[in-house]
Design a protein around this ligand. Structure first.
Ligand code: BJW
Ligand code: ZN
Length: 253
């Protein structure tokens, strides 16, 4: 797909560019999205059974086993050209803020720092009772059979269950990260939504804040999301192709 010249011009003159990523940004690294028909995690598993505090209370081993399976995939995955292009963007604009809904560490492994993690991370579990962080073994977990129950470790301090360090439905986003994201969205001049269905709140409201602040707003996604009518540009295609192409055009004299 052609990248409009007006978009390249907008990014070239941007003083503060915000990139918000979702599961689609890691899809080309082999990690499943949540809502893609057939392959999405929520097509195969019920979010109510796995990604809520009530689910963990009901069956901690089922939930912990599922997240260990996800963590194994993340640790075996590698950043893709979309992650690397975002890292290169850091050098091409005066200020770049990267906000992700993803619970993997692929932006960091591609060299982007800092990254605002709105939904936490699979790699920093903690005690559900006293919030004490839990240090994970460094080795990649063995392939746990998908869906196999694995009892969560006990907290060394209080004996409570260790839970994944992610944000489940009905839970508040980490306050500091959310406030930083809102500040960035409200003060940027260009806002890119990459690989997100823009369904889950409050993350999906960030692009609206950028719109209200008069920013140029852009979506990069091979599929429609329904918010196209409210954006300045909607680019249809995979992030691993379109982002490197944007970077290439920005680097042309
Ligand atoms: C490509 C590509 C390629 C493919 N290149 N793109 C009713 C109305 C409004 C709100 C609510 C409501 N009922 C409940 C709520 C609140 C709820 C919510 O928003 N629910 C919606 C489903 C409606 N939100 C919350 O509960 C949040 N907390 C909250 O609101 O707190 C306040 C509060 C507290 C108490 C009471 C009430 C309010 C917390 C949300 C936490 C979300 N957690 C998850 C799981 C994290 C842990 C884990 O990984 O398991 O976060 S859910 C899941 O969705 C995950 C993601 O970060 C998040 C967003 O998904 P994302 O990234 O957009 O992925 P997909 O799969 O949806 O989309 C991928 C896209 O990529 C697609 O568009 C593809 O086309 C595209 N793609 N290949 C580029 N190559
Ligand atoms: Zn504890």
């Amino acid at each position: 797909m052609e990248i409009p010249d007006r978009l390249i011009a907008a990014i070239r003159s941007a003083r503060h560019l915000v990139v918000l990523t979702g599961a689609g940004a890691s899809y080309e690294s082999g990690l499943a999205t949540f809502r893609t028909p057939q392959t999405g995690l929520w097509e195969r598993f019920r979010a109510e059974d796995l990604a809520t505090p009530a689910a963990f209370q009901r069956d901690p081993a089922l939930v912990w086993g599922w997240y260990e399976w996800r963590r194994m995939h993340v640790m075996r995955a590698k950043p893709n050209p979309a992650h690397f292009a975002i890292t290169t963007l850091q050098a091409l604009v005066p200020r770049l803020t990267v906000i992700t809904q993803n619970v993997d560490d692929l932006h960091e492994r591609a060299g982007t720092h800092p990254v605002i993690h709105l939904h936490g991370t699979l790699l920093a579990p903690l005690c559900e009772r006293c919030r004490e962080p839990h240090v994970l073994p460094r080795e990649i977990p063995e392939e746990p059979e998908n869906g196999r129950s694995v009892p969560p470790p006990g907290c060394g301090r209080c004996g409570g269950h260790i839970r994944p360090g992610v944000v489940w439905f009905g839970e508040e986003l980490p306050r500091h990260e959310w406030e930083s994201a809102v500040r960035a969205a409200a003060s940027c001049d260009t806002f890119l939504c990459v690989g997100t269905s823009s369904i889950v709140q409050p993350a999906a409201s960030l692009v609206e804040r950028a719109n209200e602040a008069g920013a140029v707003t852009v979506q990069i996604n091979p599929n429609p999301t329904g918010i196209e009518g409210r954006l300045s540009f909607a680019l249809s295609g995979p992030a691993g192709t379109l982002l490197p192409e944007i970077v290439r055009q920005l680097q042309l004299a």
